[in-house]
Every structure is written in structure tokens, then in C-alpha cells.
Design a protein around this ligand. Structure first.
Ligand code: AMP
Length: 431
């Protein structure tokens, strides 16, 4: 079967590598893709296919006898690309625009959770700036201010003082995030370790993946600015069985709520949770695979990924059961100097082959480009995701860092402490 994967990050490279390992896959078109390649995969550059043009994507898929379209990032899902693909009669992995609102509108997702009793932070939602400022004064700090719409991960301010909170509200209404900030959601501040639980679903059956824990801050010790994610591991040793069961129950309740709302949801639902002293509460939903969570989840999946995604897209996930490798997985992001601020591109990368020659190591490309002469150069903020598997958490961590040390490029920036806090146990989150 020919498959079309939409996206250009480490997530899409990981998805493509897993699809390529299936005997069911033939050519995998990745649009626009990056410098990574998997057996049988072909990049379709943005000059050949504009992935924001739904009609062009459908035409490409039909012309190339594509039997499954897999949409990686949130923006095309929110824009309704999955609806267009399904209307053309093609199986598509990813929710339509109505389901993608769970990520595209924080207000929509909070109201759905409130209505169906799914635990989440208390909140108020505002289109009137004065009312938002009054609410902040009533609630006090710390407090969390969020732009309603998609803001490339930059729309959330965790304000420790009322001054910061008022400034964040003013910025949103002043247009910092454009239309995405025209509605502002203000949330109760929650504390605890964070944990993600992703599930595959066809809108009826829910198949959970293992939990994963990302590291959002740029610098060691969870300091510095927020990023798209600097490293991740899976499963998460500090999650108790009771917490896992509660998270899964909340994911099941959410899928059931969508069904009651008449929303046909097919794809991944990603729950971002805070493990609070009162049990797990939902911080956010994403409507697609996480990046970098995918890079530690898919290498552990023993079941054929083509079968899983096709069954979700076609609505027969009930026939599938997932098998997972027992190993632990740790992934370290190698970023460009300056990320998440400005950075330079085009630096040659060495050592990827040496790292991949190690047992149980895979290097996923994110912001890379492969030149005509075969050389791979940096082409983004997050450049590579170095994933290692191990029989123990410690072994996976050690192996990941051995691989990281084999790879080099000018300005290579990474955190040495991915997973370090989890090694210390749950008490490392107290106080
Ligand atoms: P979100 O995009 O909504 O997940 O928010 C991004 C990050 O902000 C989360 O990963 C948390 O670290 C933090 N955050 C979001 N909501 C809250 C909250 N209600 N309380 C404390 N921290 C939060």
C-alpha cells in the first residue's frame, strides 16, 4: 500500500520509520519531510505539494494510488484536511475539524470537560479584556493565562504574580497571537509532575499507548524558556497504577463525550495531565501524536503500525490489539544554539551513522536537510532526536547519551538531565 504522511518533524520521521517496517507498506510519500529517510520513503517537497491546499493533497493522493493518509501536525487537522481526504473516499488517520477543536480551541476543550465531568483546572473564558482583568484580581496568583487558539506552543503563560498575569492578558488582547488570542482562557494553577497519555481511537474503541514524560524547558534543572520539548522518556516510572487507571478513564470519558456530541474522531488523542495530589487532571488535549513523545512510543510498539493506523482510519480498531516491547526508551533532543530563540542553519552534522550503528539506538531527524551530495545539515531549531532503548531506565539513559556524544554539529545544544529527576523518584517533585 502507498501511504502519504503529512509533516516535517521528528514525529513524522518516527511515524515513517515505523510504517516502513511493515510488510504492508510500499511507497511512503512524506510531504514535505526533512533530511531523514526510511526504506521506501520519498520526500515530496513544498514546491511539489502545498500541504495547506487540501484539494492539492487529495489530488496527489489519488494520482499516486495512496491507500492511507496520515496527518502529523495540528494545523492541517484544525483546518479540516482530514475531512477533505475522507470526502474523497480515502482512509485518513487524524480527526476532522470538529474533533480537532479539542486542540484548536482551549475554550471548546474546557467546556467539553466541564460538561462531561472530566477533571481539569477550574477556569474562566473571556472575550472582554476588562472582565478578564477583573477575574484575575478575584482569583489571585499564581494563575495560568492561555490564548484560546493555536499559538505554536507560545500561547500559555504560567504567571507566578498578578502583574505577569495582567501583562499576559493585555498581550493576548493586543493581538500578539492574532485571532488565536481573541478569546482568553484563565485557569487555576495546578501542581505536580506532568505526564502524557496518548491513545489510538476510531471514535469507539480506545487503545492506550504507554505514558511518556517530556521536558519542556530549554535548560537543565527545568530552567529557561519553554520549547517544543528537549527530551522525553517512556514509560514513566513515577506514575502509580491508580494514576494510570485514572488517566485512561478520563481518556475513555473524553472519547465517549465526543461520540455523544456527534463527532466522529479517528486518530490519536493526546492527553496532557498534571498528576495533582487530588489525582490526574487534564492540562490540555492534542489531536495528534506528540513531538517528541512519538519518538519514544513508536520504537516500543511491536504491532504493525500500518495495521493500527488503517484500522483506526477505517473504524475497525476493535480487531486490533497492541503489543509493546518491555524495554524503556529515552530520547534526547539535539537543538541548534539559540533555540527556542533565533538560530542559524546549514551546519554539517557528523556522527549519525556511528550513533545508529550502536545497538538499540535510532536517530530521528527533525530540523535537518539532506543536500544533493548526500550531506546532512542543520535546518531547524530542534535538529535530531536520539532515542535509545534499554532493559532498564538507567541503561536506556546511558545509551542515549553515549549516542548523543557521537554526533556533532556547530552549536549543538542539549540537556544532560533528561530523565534525571524521574530516577530520583516521586519525592523529587515534592516541595
Ligand atoms: P498547555 O499547552 O495547555 O499544555 O500548557 C503548556 C504548559 O503550561 C503545560 O505543559 C504546563 O507545564 C503548563 N500549564 C498549563 N496549564 C497549567 C495549569 N493549569 N497549572 C499549571 N501549569 C500549567
Amino acid at each position: 500500500m502507498n501511504i502519504l504522511v503529512i509533516g516535517s518533524g521528528g514525529r513524522e520521521h518516527a511515524i515513517t520509520c515505523s510504517l516502513a517496517a511493515s510488510p504492508l507498506s510500499e511507497t511512503i510519500y512524506v510531504a514535505p519531510g526533512n533530511g531523514g529517510c526510511a526504506p521506501g520513503s520519498v520526500n515530496v517537497g513544498s514546491e511539489q505539494l502545498d500541504v495547506n491546499d487540501a484539494a492539492a493533497v487529495v489530488a496527489f493522493a489519488l494520482e499516486n494510488h495512496v491507500g492511507l493518509v496520515v496527518i502529523g501536525p495540528e494545523a492541517p487537522l484544525v483546518a479540516g484536511l482530514a475531512d477533505a481526504v475522507r470526502e474523497a473516499g480515502l482512509p485518513c488517520f487524524g480527526p476532522g475539524a470538529s474533533g480537532a477543536r479539542l486542540e484548536g480551541s482551549k475554550q471548546f476543550s474546557k467546556e467539553l470537560m466541564e460538561h462531561y465531568g472530566i477533571p481539569t483546572a477550574g477556569f474562566g473564558s473571556f472575550t472582554d479584556e476588562t472582565a478578564a482583568h477583573v477575574y484575575l484580581d478575584e482569583q489571585g496568583a499564581p494563575i495560568v493565562v492561555k490564548a484560546d487558539g493555536l499559538a505554536a506552543g507560545k500561547g500559555v503563560t504560567v504567571a507566578m504574580t498578578l502583574e505577569e498575569a495582567h501583562a499576559a492578558v493585555s498581550e493576548c488582547f493586543a493581538g500578539r497571537f492574532g485571532q488565536a488570542g481573541a478569546t482568553v482562557v484563565i485557569e487555576e494553577y495546578l501542581t505536580g509532575p506532568e505526564c502524557s497519555l496518548l491513545v489510538f481511537t476510531d471514535g469507539a474503541t480506545v487503545l492506550p499507548m504507554a505514558p511518556a514524560q517530556d521536558h519542556k524547558r530549554a535548560l537543565e534543572g527545568d530552567l529557561g524558556p519553554n520549547t517544543g520539548g528537549m527530551g522525553v522518556y517512556s514509560p514513566v516510572p513515577i506514575v502509580t497504577d491508580a494514576e494510570y487507571a485514572a488517566m485512561l478513564e478520563h481518556m475513555n470519558s473524553t472519547i465517549a463525550a465526543l461520540r455523544i456530541e456527534g463527532i466522529d474522531y479517528r486518530g490519536v488523542l493526546y492527553g496532557g495531565f498534571m498528576l495533582t495530589p487530588h489525582g490526574p487532571k487534564v492540562l490540555e488535549f492534542n489531536v495528534r501524536f506528540g513531538d517528541p513523545e512519538t519518538q519514544v512510543i513508536l520504537p516500543r510498539l511491536a504491532t504493525d503500525l500500518v495495521e493500527v493506523l488503517l484500522a483506526a482510519a477505517e473504524g475497525h480498531l476493535v480487531d486490533v490489539s497492541l503489543t509493546w516491547d518491555d524495554a524503556w526508551a529515552v530520547s534526547v533532543v539535539l537543538a541548534s544554539a539559540g533555540y527556542p530563540g533565533d538560530y542559524e542553519k546549514g551546519f554539517p552534522i557528523t556522527g549519525i551513522d556511528a550513533a545508529e550503528a550502536m545497538d538499540d539506538v535510532v536517530v530521528y531527524h527533525a530540523g535537518t536537510q539532506r543536500l544533493d551530495n548526500g550531506e546532512v545539515v542543520t535546518n531547524g531549531g530542534r535538529v535530531l532526536n536520539v532515542t535509545a532503548l534499554g532493559a532498564t531506565f538507567e541503561e536506556a539513559r546511558e545509551r542515549a547519551y553515549q549516542a548523543v556524544d557521537l554526533i556533532d554539529f556547530e552549536g549543538k545544544q542539549f540537556r544532560r538531565d533528561i530523565g534525571a529527576r524521574a530516577l530520583l523518584g516521586r519525592s523529587a517533585w515534592d516541595g
